[in-house]
Design a protein around this ligand. Structure first.
Ligand code: SF4
Ligand code: MG
Length: 328
């Protein structure tokens, strides 16, 4: 059971006036067909940068991939020829962005945008592409799709625009769908509908999905596997059940503790103290140490490596064993 997409040791830098900023460090991911991997973390943790690297959006300055590989069906996308890369995008991996309004082209109708993709990539005729565009819009449940195919993005509500972006993303039947905070800009009821649609499409097409989110509620609902990122690195990995049951990293424990819950009555919501560091000023040692209530001296000087703590479980913490067996 090989992963469809496998990222190994990926590091990404951005050139800035202050020098090179390392946004992603030694990140590894495995995405399996029909499974959802949640990439969980606060903003600035490197989740979106990782996704952008997979999509080939960081191949030009100021961004630079400084190490690692992104293997898709036997091809390393980091070193692949431009022609191969272009073909993988859309058919191999496709992405749904947070903000549909800026991802869609405002000057073309939505039908034109979907059918152009099909005409160029699938060599469909104008009429076949248009018919398929309507079908796709119906599939993502745009009411009166046959009429609305000639509307422009701004004529749709936020939720409907998100559906259109999803239609565009799945138009070429990608093997992997990356959804970067796909519901953040939407209201709660619409959020649930969009997540449901994504899950349905994933099952239907057997796609692997990478769901980028900071929302543990969403993770609990849709994820199979979870990778937790902090300050550009992976700090913990495991199945969703294991992680919720038995988190192995103090940061993950903090996220779980700060999650609003309906099954218990807390007078006030707890929050991890402090804020995540900017990638320009990542603390020495374990980047989480200024916010960690069990930090020891070693944490301030030495970066903990990501190590196996149990089958399918890894954690990057000097006290991983103590945390995992409940002594810390
Ligand atoms: Fe906390 Fe130290 Fe573990 Fe980092 S390495 S999470 S500071 S205990
Ligand atoms: Mg982001």
């Amino acid at each position: 059971n090989a992963p469809v997409l496998r990222v190994d040791d990926l590091s990404v830098e951005f050139a800035t006036r202050e020098g090179a900023v390392r946004a992603v460090r030694n990140v590894g991911l495995e995405v399996f067909a029909g499974r959802t991997l949640a990439l969980l973390g606060e903003s600035g943790s490197g989740k979106s940068v990782t996704a952008q690297a997979v999509m080939g959006l960081l191949d030009t300055p100021p961004a630079r991939i400084t190490s690692g590989s992104i293997m898709f069906e036997g091809t390393d996308l980091v070193t692949a020829a431009e022609r191969v890369r272009r073909q993988v995008n859309g058919e191999g991996v496709a992405m749904v962005f947070q903000d549909a309004l800026s991802a869609l082209n405002p000057v073309y109708t939505v039908g034109h945008q979907i059918s152009e993709l099909l005409r160029v990539r699938r060599k469909m005729s104008r009429s076949a592409a248009r018919a398929r565009a309507v079908e796709l819009m119906e599939r993502v449940r745009i009411p009166a799709a046959a009429r609305r195919v000639d509307d422009y993005p701004h004529q749709f509500s936020g939720g409907m625009r998100q559906r259109i972006m999803i239609a565009l993303a799945v138009a070429l039947n990608p093997r992997v769908l990356i959804a970067d905070e796909p519901t953040t800009a939407l209201d709660v009821t619409v959020q649930a509908q969009i997540m449901e649609l994504l899950t349905e499409l994933q099952r239907e097409n057997g796609m692997g999905m990478v769901l980028i989110t900071h929302d543990l509620g969403v993770v609990a609902e849709v994820a199979d596997d979870v990778t937790v990122m902090y300050a550009g690195r992976i700090v913990e990995r495991g199945s969703v059940e294991e992680l919720f049951e038995h988190a192995a990293h103090p940061y993950t424990r903090g996220l779980l503790r700060s999650m609003p819950r309906t099954d218990r009555e807390d007078d006030e919501l707890w929050a991890i103290p402090g804020a995540p560091p900017s990638p320009v000023l990542t603390p020495k040692g374990c980047a989480f140490h200024p916010r960690c209530d069990i930090a020891i001296d070693l944490c301030r000087s030495e970066q903990p490596g990501l190590e196996v703590i149990a089958a399918g479980r890894t954690s990057a913490c000097h006290l991983r064993a103590e945390v995992f067996d409940g002594r810390a």
